[in-house]
Design a binder for this molecule. Structure first.
Ligand SMILES: Cc1cc2nc3c(=O)[nH]c(=O)nc-3n(C[C@H](O)[C@H](O)[C@H](O)COP(=O)(O)OP(=O)(O)OC[C@H]3O[C@@H](n4cnc5c(N)ncnc54)[C@H](O)[C@@H]3O)c2cc1C
Length: 303
């Protein structure tokens, strides 16, 4: 089922089919703040009033030069709006900034965005996409990054990630560790949940042991209570204070655990997606959890 839904997330005809359902909009509201930056900001304010931190993410992936120009403009507007909000972060995808056109275009645009973010004191995080994009994403990230203002996402399901993390940690790193959301072959990626979980914990242990020097900041992105508990055991045992790391979760996902983490006094940042290109993101969320799919089906049939 997971593979099928991820396959659907890449299909244009499935996209027009799903977009045709009048009730789809009602369901996606649970996972997506809205079509506009204004709605993204509104969701961020609401969450921040409740004690969460937030990162805004413009939906939309792979694009040609024209789409890349539009995305660059939108991301620049996001940075300006986030400056006014204070300590609201911005997330972006490499293909949004031109990686599917060329590595050079992505680099040029990432430098612009990073400079804009730094001048406005807005932190930028580069999301990680499918495995075909990783070498280029990492090499551009390494060449642009100078400080904590630019961070990156690393995926625990990939067999290469431990080595990537080791090489990045030597310079001080702000990185989000997630399990990984794409369909990757067993040649590159762990397939069993238990292998992915133990890879996640290996990365977390390494980061907490070697990465907390100045310029280092781990962000543990997961809705998995098992992983959250294991990380908290290490943090408590090693007396790591709450300003040294954070948890991250997606807007609308496992809100019960979100509240529990905040109520226990730990920092949690919510990733708030917004924009019209919600379809692939939404399908990946359905793929992750059958209960999300049932929620969608029940809403469509009005139960
Ligand atoms: C902030 C953030 C940023 C991300 N950025 C990227 C990125 O750049 N690139 C990328 O490839 N992926 C990204 N992801 C997605 C990530 O890779 C996973 O696909 C996604 O987080 C699901 O993995 P999980 O760790 O939550 O655990 P899963 O293995 O999906 O779930 C584990 C357990 O968590 C609990 N759980 C999960 N969802 C729910 C729910 N809705 N309600 C109740 N319990 C639930 C259940 O107990 C479940 O068994 C990001 C995720 C987050 C949170």
């Amino acid at each position: 089922m997971r593979n099928f839904l991820i396959y659907l997330s890449e299909s244009k005809s499935a996209e027009s089919f799903f977009r045709g359902f009048p009730l789809t909009k009602k369901v996606i509201k649970r996972f997506i703040a809205g079509d506009t930056l204004k709605q993204g900001i509104r969701a961020a304010r609401h969450l921040r009033e409740a004690g969460f931190d937030a990162i805004l993410d413009l939906l939309g992936e792979s694009g040609d030069e024209q789409k890349t120009k539009m995305a660059l403009l939108e991301i620049t507007s996001m940075i300006q709006a986030c400056e006014e909000e204070k300590d609201l972060w911005v997330g972006l995808k490499p293909t949004q900034l031109g990686l599917s056109v060329s590595k050079d275009l992505f680099k040029k645009n990432l430098i612009k965005v990073y400079k804009e973010g730094t001048s406005k004191q807005v932190k930028i995080t580069v999301d990680m996409e499918d495995s075909k994009t990783i070498d280029d994403t990492l090499s551009v990230f390494k060449s642009v990054k100078k400080d904590l203002n630019l961070g990156i996402c690393l995926q625990a399901y990939l067999k290469r990630t431990k080595n990537d993390l080791k090489s990045l940690l030597s310079d001080g790193l702000r990185a989000r560790i997630c399990k990984g959301a794409y369909n990757e072959p067993s040649e590159f990626a762990f397939q069993d949940r238990s292998d992915i979980n133990s890879s996640y914990m290996d990365l977390a242990k390494l980061f907490l042991k070697k990465g907390l020097k100045p310029g280092g900041y781990p962000e543990f992105a997961t809705h998995d209570p098992f992983i959250v508990d294991e990380i908290l055991k290490i943090v408590k045992k090693e007396n790591i204070t709450k300003d040294k790391f954070e948890f991250q979760m997606l807007y609308g996902v496992n809100t019960q655990l979100q509240r529990k983490i905040i109520e226990s006094g730990w920092n949690l940042r919510i990733y708030i997606p917004f924009g019209k290109s919600w379809y692939p993101y939404f399908m990946r969320r359905l793929a992750e959890r059958p209960a999300n799919l049932m929620f969608f089906i029940r809403a469509i049939f009005g139960r």
